[in-house]
Design a protein around this ligand. Structure first.
Ligand SMILES: Cc1cc2nc3c(=O)[nH]c(=O)nc-3n(C[C@H](O)[C@H](O)[C@H](O)COP(=O)(O)OP(=O)(O)OC[C@H]3O[C@@H](n4cnc5c(N)ncnc54)[C@H](O)[C@@H]3O)c2cc1C
Length: 304
């Protein structure tokens, strides 16, 4: 019997659909699925992941699934949905003030910081997903990003055990990091230590309210993955797609949003194949009409 399925005290599901764990509500089944809830112990998550690694299964972590297009055929091996939520504050070395588990929601972190008077996470107030996904992607908005606050990141690796990645080792750039670029996904981000200076809670909340209002004005509601493409240097992917006349263009149930052309909306029954075809067609038209090759901001995950 596999080590993974022998963990009878930890509920590993077999052949479990992933759509409800992704922001676009798309995705076929995982061979094995473990869902770590906010109050679960980190040790349990680690036990499950280590068992899968020992069984030589691929492991994929999903935070909020807000930046992943999961294939209709699903994901082979173990998928872990990490929602373990824990925030600690202190006055640690070299300006570290907040330690946060990777499964904590970005919004929860932003709100916590507002209430407790830590500045630097205001941009995250309308960004779905978890700290883990934001650490990997270098998520950001309103001219700020995760890289600006990260001091170091605790990562468990299959080959080397627990590792501390310094900010420099993360090699942050626009919406990417050393970990995002790694082809082997044999690691899991466990927590991050952040340098968030003290701030006035009222001012922090006011900034977050402004960001929220801006987002409501400019971004569509509905199931999506946020921005599909990175902005090319000196321009905006949304502006280019709109200029090519593609607002509202659809493949199956996946459509370019009429509100923001870099958002593709699942209008109900969209498949990953619909999404992928829409991505390819939009890329082709933009390339043909503008000469610009749009690069994906989202990741394709699973069995394509
Ligand atoms: C409506 C909407 C608006 C958005 N707006 C923005 C925005 O303004 N700015 C922005 O940057 N992004 C935005 N996004 C994209 C998304 O919110 C961010 O990329 C977010 O950081 C993704 O976090 P996640 O937890 O959902 O990551 P996921 O999509 O779950 O995962 C992303 C990657 O990180 C990996 N991963 C996640 N957690 C771990 C972990 N603990 N250990 C190892 N690997 C892990 C996954 O395997 C995957 O490779 C938006 C998305 C939506 C749906």
């Amino acid at each position: 019997m596999s080590r993974l399925l022998a963990l009878s005290h930890l509920p590993v599901q077999v052949n479990a659909p992933l759509a409800k764990y992704t922001a676009a509500r798309i995705g076929g089944p995982a061979d094995y699925l473990y869902v770590a809830r906010p109050n679960d112990a980190l040790e349990d998550l680690v036990t499950v992941i280590r068992a899968a690694w020992q069984d030589d299964l691929p492991v994929r972590v999903i935070g909020g699934g807000a930046n992943m297009l999961v294939a209709d055929a699903g994901v082979r091996g173990l998928v872990v949905v990490n929602h373990i939520s824990h925030i600690e504050t202190g006055d640690w070395h070299e300006g570290r003030t907040v330690s946060v588990s990777a499964g904590t929601g970005l919004l929860a972190l932003a709100r916590y910081c507002a209430v407790h008077g830590y500045s630097g996470m205001e941009w995250a107030v309308g960004v779905p997903g978890t700290v883990g996904g934001a650490i990997i992607n270098n998520a950001g908005a309103h001219g700020d990003d995760m890289a600006a606050s990260v001091a170091d990141v605790v990562v468990l690796e299959a080959a080397r055990g627990p590792q501390l990645y310094s900010q420099a080792a993360m090699q942050y750039a626009y919406r990417t990091s050393a970990l995002k670029e790694r082809a082997d996904k044999r690691f899991v981000v466990l927590l991050a230590n952040l340098c968030l200076p003290p701030g006035n809670p009222v001012e922090i909340q006011a900034k977050m309210d402004d960001f929220n209002a801006y987002r409501k004005r400019t971004q569509p509601p509905g199931a999506s993955l946020g921005s599909i493409f990175k902005n090319p240097p000196g321009d905006y992917a949304g502006r280019l797609i709109e200029a090519c006349g593609l607002k509202g263009y659809a493949v199956g149930s996946a459509a370019v949003s009429p509100v923001h052309a870099n958002f593709f909306i699942n209008q109900g029954q969209a498949t990953a194949a619909d999404y992928a075809a829409l991505i390819q067609q939009v890329q082709a038209v933009v390339q043909q009409q503008t000469g610009i090759a749009l690069e994906l901001e989202i990741e394709l995950a699973g069995d394509w």
